[in-house]
Design a protein around this ligand. Structure first.
Ligand SMILES: [Zn+2]
Length: 136
């Protein structure tokens, strides 16, 4: 089944840690940070957790009220594997590994991620922080 959500090329920067870059066959280009992908994990466990806390895929979990920010090691996949022709799976360095990221899901996330990134930059500008941070 060929759809618009077919990747032309997929690049995973495992060692550099900048994230995943996908060029789609329709010409769209998507960039995802690893943290974003981890927070958007589509497995049943994460899905359940997000539903309970009404968190959107890709949004970080809310910190407990009053909790100090916890140090989180930068998220990276230790392994990346294709799942047939339709998906990709990651083994994350936090030990999680059940998510199967279909191309269709990634495509939708990519559009969402772009929108979030624009909102983020717009928010920075509104705060007078004109200098745009390096992406990734
Ligand atoms: Zn998960």
């Amino acid at each position: 089944m060929a759809g618009i959500a077919d990747p032309k090329s997929v690049q995973v920067d495992k060692s550099g840690g900048t994230g995943v870059e996908i060029a789609w066959k329709d010409g769209h280009q998507s960039h995802y940070t690893f943290q974003f992908l981890r927070d958007a994990c589509p497995c049943a466990l994460c899905d359940d957790e997000r539903a309970k806390t009404s968190r959107k895929p890709g949004s970080p979990p809310a910190a407990a009220p009053g909790a100090l920010p916890m140090f989180r090691e930068p998220l990276r996949p230790t392994e990346v594997q294709p799942a047939g022709k339709y998906a990709i799976t990651f083994v994350w360095n936090d030990g999680h590994q059940h998510g199967i990221y279909s191309w269709e899901y990634l495509y939708r996330l990519g559009v969402e991620h772009d929108r979030r990134w624009r909102d983020y930059l717009a928010a920075l500008r509104q705060q007078g922080l004109g200098r745009e941070p390096k992406r990734g």
